[in-house]
Design a protein around this ligand. Sequence first.
Ligand SMILES: Nc1ncnc2c1ncn2[C@@H]1O[C@H](COP(=O)(O)OP(=O)(O)O)[C@@H](O)[C@H]1O
Ligand SMILES: [Mg+2]
Length: 448
Amino acid sequence: MAVYQAATSEIGGLFPLLAANGIPAVGARIGYDSLSGGAFYAHPIEWVLRGLATNPNVVVFGEPGRGKSSTVVAFLLRMMLFGIRTLISGDVKGEYSPLLRALGITPIALGRGSWARLNALDLGPLRSRWAACSVERQVEELEGVLGRWVKLLVALAEAQGYRPTVTDEATLSAVLRRLVGAHDGYTELTPVTIPDVQRQLADPDPQLWEGMRFADRRQFLDVLRPITDALGNLISGPLSGLFDVQTNFELDWDAPVQSMDLSLLRSRGDQAVAVALTCLGSWSSMVTDLQDDGEIRIVVRDEVWRQMRLGLRAVQAVDSDLRLSRAEKKIQILVMHKPSDPLSVGAVGSQEVAIAKDLLALCSTRILFGQSTRVADELAEDLALSEREQDVTTGWAMERIGRALWKIEGRPGYKVQTVLSRTEKEIFDTNAQLRSVSRERRTDWRAR
Ligand SMILES: Nc1ncnc2c1ncn2[C@@H]1O[C@H](COP(=O)(O)OP(=O)(O)O)[C@@H](O)[C@H]1O
Ligand SMILES: [Mg+2]
């Protein structure tokens, strides 16, 4: 046994009964455990492998401004050291863009004043890798892509209050298959946009309605009118020009962090944001299909309630991503204010509410930042917190930014303070806008 000696003046004080927290020192070093004073590391996949957690999903709760997004950024930057890539699945406030720029990545911004256009039916990450795939692989991938496109169009129709039928889905699938050129011995895929699909539905040729077993053209038009109009609204409504033309930018899927800035989209309304989020969600599952074995990815959904607003399919999509995360080696991070967030969505039905409630159960790791007492009661009930843990979230965690109670499965929570480096603070300062506004104001007044 090794023996160490030191004078009490050097050691200061020793408390032999203080044990380390039992969380292995692997992955991202987040900050310190305020109970033991030791460093606190996070690596949700490693936690699953070591039996600490049953899944690698993480949910982050906390009042605005408590340091939720900053902790997520610290986590992904520090996981980058292990070659782990991150997808910010929709940056609604544009907070992550300075971070991407600092890493030498140009973030894509969609919306007012931006030239960027996103085809909802884009092949996404598959586009650049298509040519390199073998023919068998192409056939396989195409099936997957067609399935996802149908789901996406269905979700977009649902966002307008129309719940598509099985006939709608079958017809969409047939139309997409034709448009993309899947009938011929293709090697090149024809790009497809929503107006292409809408035109086929609004003006079907005999082959299409006969193939779908309709009595005549009239019947086809009548049965498919709602879905045709739903797609039509995407082309002519407030979303026009955003998602219905060819994508005109390249996203580098091999970049360490990738994100799409949606802050300029807000002026087009919540639906525009929701559509973009849905496209990104469908792309992110494509990336997984393409990734080489063994690669871990982090997928961040900050302000996740916006996506949930789309309705049942959107909630289901998040749900199925969370269920697949173990198999797909993904660390899914959901960030929200309070548990009832996904439920505060406009016209949700009981089915959505039930699934949204289940989402919590699918996240082994819960990071609880400071909360007001009222929300804390709700949290304590939904997450079965002890009284002491609840006090930590309303008291200790509120005293300083970056403090949170980390709950991994049923273990007692760890009181962790996230420590940001100076560089991290500079490139991820969500208060920067407030600051620059007040400085401008000040000079303004002085001029007057
Ligand atoms: N651990 C921390 N130490 C110091 N400052 C922090 C820390 N976490 C966050 N901040 C600062 O607090 C502000 C709000 O943080 P943010 O992560 O955007 O909060 P939230 O996502 O909970 O709304 C940011 O300007 C950030 O720089
Ligand atoms: Mg935030």
